[in-house]
Write a protein that binds this ligand. Structure first.
Ligand code: FE2
Ligand code: FE2
Length: 282
């Protein structure tokens, strides 16, 4: 998802470290300033399976701290898999570095991602496997399943479900701004969540306005039926309770057939530029 930052940063950016969200499963959190006092999460995941897995590789602006966090959890030599959810830039910032520093890593991607990425960078075809949604790969002590997140901003997008821990990587789905106090849903003020969840999930999937609600509900419920116990995502808080996970599904299902949220336009850009030029008070 593109960065919806709409203001000049005024708040120091918290720099949290890795967070265990399930046994041997760690969120790699980063934050980008958004509306005053709020941040867009830009997360990825590390699964220390028998064959360790990096799940997405962060954004280019965070590459150095992203690498520090990931390699504080797993030795580069031990990384066996790099699962790339899709080819958007905010999910592949560390990809080339990982391929270079992790000689035993195989990239898990798909044909269309590769078709799109080779326009920008070289990729080793002999170090990748292609997996589609409903397919899986074996990380030694667990089989990881590729799934279709309920909203997505790129056609190549696949989420990842780990039945051994119940963790779902929902990629760009279930996004919401944070206030920087922590990565969990319970850290996010309710009104901030209510407003930004709707907007961000609409921004990444404005096609929801053309969906048939009944058909989309049935589709989304299929993923919900996997019974994820933890839902982590690139741009939203971590859910660990069934009621909030179910609520998140209900919220995206309710968007079917509804008008998309309005994105900031020229007036907002004018405000940002005016604020940037305004003299700083003595
Ligand atoms: Fe995306
Ligand atoms: Fe994204």
């Amino acid at each position: 998802m593109s960065d919806p930052t709409t203001s000049v940063p005024a708040t120091p950016v918290p720099t949290p470290g890795p967070v265990a969200v399930a046994p041997e499963t760690f969120l790699i959190p980063h934050l980008v300033p958004a509306q005053p006092g709020t941040f867009l999460p830009v997360n990825s995941l590390v699964i220390r399976a028998d064959e360790p897995v990096i799940v997405d590789t962060g954004a280019p602006i965070h590459r150095e701290t992203w690498l520090e966090q990931v390699f504080s959890l797993v030795d580069p030599e031990d990384v066996r898999w790099v699962f790339l959810s899709h080819d958007d830039g905010d999910h592949r910032g560390g990809l080339q570095t990982v391929l270079r520093e992790c000689p035993n890593a195989t990239l898990v991607t798909n044909w269309f991602s590769v078709e799109r990425m080779v326009l920008e960078e070289e990729l080793p075809l002999d170090r990748m496997i292609w997996r589609e949604r409903q397919e899986s790969f074996d990380a030694g002590d667990r089989i990881l399943h590729l799934v279709q997140p309920p909203v997505f901003d790129g056609p190549t997008t696949r989420g990842l479900f780990d039945p051994s821990t119940g963790v779902l990587w929902a990629v760009d789905a279930f996004a919401a701004l944070a206030d920087g106090s922590g990565p969990w849903l319970e850290d996010v003020p309710g009104d901030l969540y209510d407003q930004t969840f709707r907007d961000l999930n609409s921004f990444v999937s404005p096609w929801h306005q053309w969906l048939d609600p009944e058909r989309y509900r049935a589709h989304a419920r299929q993923l919900q039926a996997y019974g994820a116990r933890v839902v982590a995502s690139a741009h939203g808080p971590v859910h660990t309770r069934p009621e909030t996970i179910n609520d998140a599904y209900d919220r995206v299902i309710a968007m079917a057939g509804e008008p998309p949220s309005a994105t900031p336009g020229q007036a907002v850009l004018d405000e940002i530029l005016a604020a940037a030029k305004a003299p700083v008070p003595a």
